[in-house]
Design a binder for this molecule. Structure first.
Ligand SMILES: O=C(O)[C@@H](CO)OP(=O)(O)O
Ligand SMILES: [Mn+2]
Ligand SMILES: [Mn+2]
Length: 506
């Protein structure tokens, strides 16, 4: 069926490489199996951030671009880059989707609402984009701009929201237009677990001014006891106690996140309630919402990669992940193409939902490993692809000890998978999609280290565990995530796709 050897591609989410040190939860974990593989198997460090994968220089990697590039076999200009180009080139001021809306607001005296994550984490949004958006709105004489700020504390250190909101206010002052109308943490506004109660709380502030009433943003920050991520909805009110900027009939809403996955639940909710009231919607980049929302920039084509190649050769693959990373091994790995592929099977592992990941760092990894091992035993499945989410998902809590344990659970799952793969005559390729848990502290406030759960720019290990008796060469030279798809295809005995710029490492 294939000319090469069947295998397992295992993405260890958030598995970055850094020297051991007090911030490195991966190095601190007892991982006898991974240590043994890293010592004995042909291994290389792959670039998973910045321009190597299609991000701006020096930008941390993330799960979307990571899995897209692993699948595409080439860097894919990411949404953040396309937005940045639109801004740096000055094209935003004549953007086809934006400018007619701004002109209409100016003519009708209605308001613009900017809703999005206010930090420079560069995974979901970049707060700096607000500066140019406000300038352009001012140039079009939009009468009022209300900013519905979502605080972060996850992609950036907790406790930084005040500084980012200060920056937003300085942009508004500089443009002579706009102000913060509501503030809410990303735990509410960017829920993607399907918990509509959280989404609704964020939406009620934006739509009706429901929430803690404050006379200025600073007050909201002072009231918050739960950290930036879980900042409860706060609504800025005027001297008469009225919210300064709820969405009214005829207004326009522009979502300022460039990444879709976490804002789409809120976007759909607001669209459903407000579009019938004559509110216009726009998003900075293209979203995967049910509602059709015109984007300011269109996304890059990430197709023609691994999935297309496997389909063309009739090679069956099984994709396995927990809910948190399910789209990553299916939709993103397939170049953001939702079309069903007859030779693909998708397995979403569900289990007990963790109220808080740090109390269940094992997540449902045993079930993931069982599903991988069952697929690996099948003769009709040349390729099994799975994501082990723990290191990243638990890493995001910023909790060092829990993340160390998550890494140890991952080590045991990798051992089980490698043993099953060996028994089934398969190779296993282990690779991180971006760094996370190898850096659990970040310098803030003039150098004081703070707990950090965000991603990093570190390279990721790529390790090939050969099948019994399989001859493989030692990988040479610099590697990136774009080399993974060509490597997988080469191990299976299939030529790379013409659009791939990566090269087989083994
Ligand atoms: O959880 C998320 O939304 C991001 C971090 O904000 O992580 P990842 O890219 O791993 O999904
Ligand atoms: Mn990831
Ligand atoms: Mn992550």
């Amino acid at each position: 069926m294939i000319a090469g050897t069947p295998g397992v591609l295992l993405v260890l989410d958030g598995w970055g490489h850094a020297e051991p040190g007090e911030a490195n939860a991966i190095a601190a974990a007892a991982t006898p199996w991974l240590d043994h593989l890293l010592e004995t198997c042909p291994t290389v460090l792959a670039d998973a951030s910045g321009t190597a994968v299609g991000l701006l220089p020096g930008t941390v990697g993330n799960s979307e671009i990571g899995h897209m590039v692993i699948g595409a076999g080439r860097p894919v200009p990411y949404d953040s880059v396309l937005v940045q180009e639109e801004i740096s080139s000055g094209r935003l001021g004549s953007n086809e989707a934006l400018t007619p809306v701004l002109a209409r607001l100016a003519a009708t005296g209605r308001s613009l609402h900017l809703i999005g994550l206010c930090s420079d984490g560069m995974i979901h949004a970049d707060v700096h984009h607000l500066q140019e958006l406000l300038r352009v709105a001012a140039r079009f004489s939009v009468p009022a701009v209300h900013i519905h700020a979502v605080t972060d504390g996850r992609d950036v250190a907790n406790g930084t929201a005040a500084a980012f909101l200060g920056l937003v206010e300085s942009y508004a002052a500089e443009a002579g237009l706009g102000g913060v109308a509501t503030v809410v943490g990303r735990g509410y506004a960017l829920d993607k677990s399907g918990d509509l109660r959280l989404t609704e709380q964020a939406a009620l502030a934006v739509m009706y001014g429901k929430g803690e009433a404050v006379t200025e943003v600073q007050e909201a920050l002072e009231l918050n006891q739960r950290g930036d991520e879980w900042m409860p909805p706060s609504v800025v009110t005027d001297a008469a106690g009225r919210p300064v900027g709820v969405v009214e009939e005829g207004d326009a809403v522009l979502f300022t996140n460039f990444r879709s996955d976490r804002i789409q639940q809120l976007a759909d909710h607001l669209h459903e309630h407000l579009a019938p009231r004559g509110v216009t919607f726009l998003s900075l980049a293209q979203y995967d919402t049910r509602a059709s929302i015109p984007p300011l920039v269109h996304r890059s084509d990430a197709g023609g990669g691994l999935a297309a190649r496997l389909a063309a050769h009739g090679v069956r693959s099984v994709r396995i992940a927990e809910a948190e990373k399910f789209e990553h091994v299916t939709y993103y790995l397939n170049g953001r193409d939702p079309s069903p592929v007859p030779v693909e099977e998708h397995v979403k592992i569900s289990g007990e939902a963790a109220p808080d990941y740090k109390v269940r760092p094992e997540m449902n990894i045993d079930k993931v490993a069982e599903a991988v091992n069952a697929a690996a035993r099948r003769d009709d499945v040349p390729l099994v692809v799975a994501n082990l989410a723990n290191i990243d998902v638990v890493g995001h809590t910023g909790h060092y000890e829990a993340t160390r344990q998550a890494t140890e659970h991952t080590d045991r799952a990798v051992e089980s998978i490698c043993r099953a793969a060996r028994a089934a005559g398969r190779w296993v390729l282990l690779v991180g999609d971006h760094g996370n848990a190898e850096k659990m502290l970040i310098a803030a406030d003039g150098g004081t280290p703070r707990p950090y759960g965000g991603h990093t720019t570190h390279p990721v290990p790529a390790v090939l565990v050969p099948a019994d008796g399989q001859e493989v060469r030692r990988p040479a030279g610099p590697a990136t995530l774009a080399d993974i798809a060509p490597s997988v295809l080469s191990l299976l005995g299939i030529d790379p796709a013409p659009r791939m710029t990566g090269r087989p490492l083994w």
